[in-house]
Design a protein around this ligand. Structure first.
Ligand code: GLU
Length: 403
């Protein structure tokens, strides 16, 4: 357990108001229980179980013995990496960008924090389609902004519409956050829906922050599209975020980036120069190695995830009290468990999805993240980026507990 924040400690109000990331907290709990000898099946953190590509590891090893990697490098990122990111963005997002449009960050999480720090003045509002990844509202609040959740219901596959956005729009709205494929729901927006949302944002003069970290994970013929590529008039006011963590199974290397117009990147470089300077040169070279190795390893992973998605959706749909919208992308399933609220599970009365998640961990050593973390009580998030056998075993444990 991390030590509790003392009420007497001189912690600022804005930091005291946030809590530990629920996804990382559940991952930590699962790992602690494992270290203590428990056989935990963890569907908690969204972290591919594959090794990082050999090309990334080789590039990192070469960088380790290259004296140029031993010292400070540009806060914007290594030129090799900025070039590789620009090429990747042109290929996958269809945006006309060069290395000058790229700022390298310590994981995509830092790019999220930087994007809001760059855009927000105190009181500026950010529209955040909900369910949302746990970190977005905290990052907005830390940057002085006000997160405004825009709920997307299960009946629309968790998609929000222009009407939903319009209802939440005020004269303080400055930014729309757009995430497709989505974490935690796996929702992928179609072109026509994106055209409508993008045009609305452009008409309203909003900035858009697009988290594209799951761009390579779409299934059953759905395709990833980048919002400023679908609605090009948005491009000058768009910040697109991505990284190597998910597509190349490189979560621990902490290399992400933002892609935006040059004036935004110039401000971002200033910010980065005071926040952390350059990202580890060894990690950056590993990212170059990964990006230059092409998409073979990504395709292998996507095929594995496509099979696991079927396995877990079928398994969860059979469980009493679970209802699953099959996800189009990412590697999460977000079933409703409202059928279990008010019932008894493992001898305990269940009052919320948060309590259910605790019971699953205590009773059958299955770790999941409760919907409360994503602004959606009544749901559980399962990551299926783990081995088939582990998924199967986890499903069997749930079935034994619930039937
Ligand atoms: N983004 C992943 C997740 O949602 C990794 C953990 C985190 O940083 O939140 O599980």
């Amino acid at each position: 357990m991390p030590p509790a924040i003392s009420r007497d400690a001189a912690i600022s109000r804005k930091v005291a108001a946030i809590s530990e990331s629920a996804t990382l907290a559940m991952d930590r709990r699962a790992k602690e229980l494992r270290a203590a000898g428990a056989n935990v099946i963890s569907f908690a953190a969204g972290e591919p179980d594959f090794p990082s590509p050999p090309a990334a590891v080789d590039a990192a090893l070469r960088a380790c013995i290259d004296p140029r990697a031993h010292h400070y490098s540009p806060a914007a990122g290594l030129p090799e990496l900025r070039n590789a990111v620009a090429a990747k963005t042109r290929r996958d997002a269809g945006l006309k960008v060069t290395a000058d449009n790229v700022l390298v960050t310590s994981g995509t999480k830092q790019a999220v924090a930087h994007a809001f720090t760059l855009l927000l003045d105190p009181g500026d509002e950010v529209l955040i389609p909900s369910p949302y990844w746990v970190t977005y509202p905290e990052a907005v609040a830390l940057a002085g902004g006000v997160p405004v959740a825009v709920p997307g219901g299960e009946s629309t596959g968790f998609r929000i519409s222009v009407d939903d956005l319009e209802r939440s729009f005020t004269d303080r709205t400055k930014v729309l956050l757009f995430v497709s494929p989505n974490n935690p729901t796996g929702t992928v927006y179609q072109r026509t829906q994106m055209e409508a949302i993008g045009r609305w944002a452009a008409e309203r003069g909003l900035w858009v922050v697009c988290d594209e970290i799951y761009d390579h994970f779409t299934y059953d013929g759905t395709e990833f599209l980048s919002l400023p590529s679908v609605v090009p008039e948005l491009a000058p006011m768009a910040i697109c975020l991505n990284g190597v963590a998910k597509a190349y199974a490189m979560t621990g290397w902490r290399v992400g980036w933002m892609v935006a117009d040059v004036p935004v990147i110039a401000a971002g470089i200033n910010l980065q120069s005071h926040v952390c300077g350059n990202i580890s040169n060894v990690a950056q070279m590993a990212a170059v190695g990964a990006l230059e190795s092409g998409l073979e390893s990504v395709d292998v992973m996507r095929s594995a995830f496509a099979k696991r998605r079927q396995l877990i959706v079928d398994g969860l749909s059979r469980l009493p009290g679970f209802e699953c919208v099959p996800p189009d992308g990412a590697f999460y399933v977000f079933p409703s468990v409202s059928g279990l609220i008010g019932r008894r599970v493992g001898g305990r009365s269940i009052g919320s999805s948060l309590e259910l998640a605790n019971v699953l961990l205590d009773e059958v050593s299955v770790a999941v993240v409760p919907g409360e973390a994503f602004g959606a009580p009544g749901y559980l998030r399962f990551s299926y980026a783990l081995q088939d056998e582990a998924i199967q075993e986890g499903l069997e444990r749930l079935e034994r507990l619930l039937t």
